[in-house]
Design a protein around this ligand. Structure first.
Ligand SMILES: [Zn+2]
Length: 106
């Protein structure tokens, strides 16, 4: 798929054609609500919207280009959130362990 349109002006015909092509492709993988992941710079492939709303987002906000180059930021953010949860859990476990050791000394 030609991705050269991504660096063109958002108001150019080439950019709009690229958006149409991407939406035509993405429109084949709608969720059960008939919505697709929005790859705009604000939604970064995390939120689902209708194809029309996604088109407006891409035109207004611009395309989150890392998605086109193989980085799924939605998955990356979910992974980072999981890592944060694991870190918080680990801190709780360490604190509980230290409290338990302290209580054994009292
Ligand atoms: Zn969006």
């Amino acid at each position: 798929m030609n991705k050269s349109w991504i660096i063109k002006s958002r108001w150019s015909l080439e950019y709009n054609k690229g958006v149409e092509d991407i939406l035509d492709f993405a429109g084949r993988s709608k969720n059960i609500s008939g919505k697709i992941l929005c790859p705009c710079k604000l939604c970064i492939n995390i939120y689902f919207y209708s194809v029309q709303v996604v088109k407006e987002h891409i035109i207004t906000n611009g395309f989150f280009t890392d998605i086109l180059f193989g980085i799924n930021m939605g998955r990356m953010i979910k992974l980072l959130l999981e890592i944060q949860k694991m870190k918080a859990l680990l801190v709780c476990l360490i604190l509980n362990h230290k409290l338990l050791k302290l209580s054994n000394h009292i």
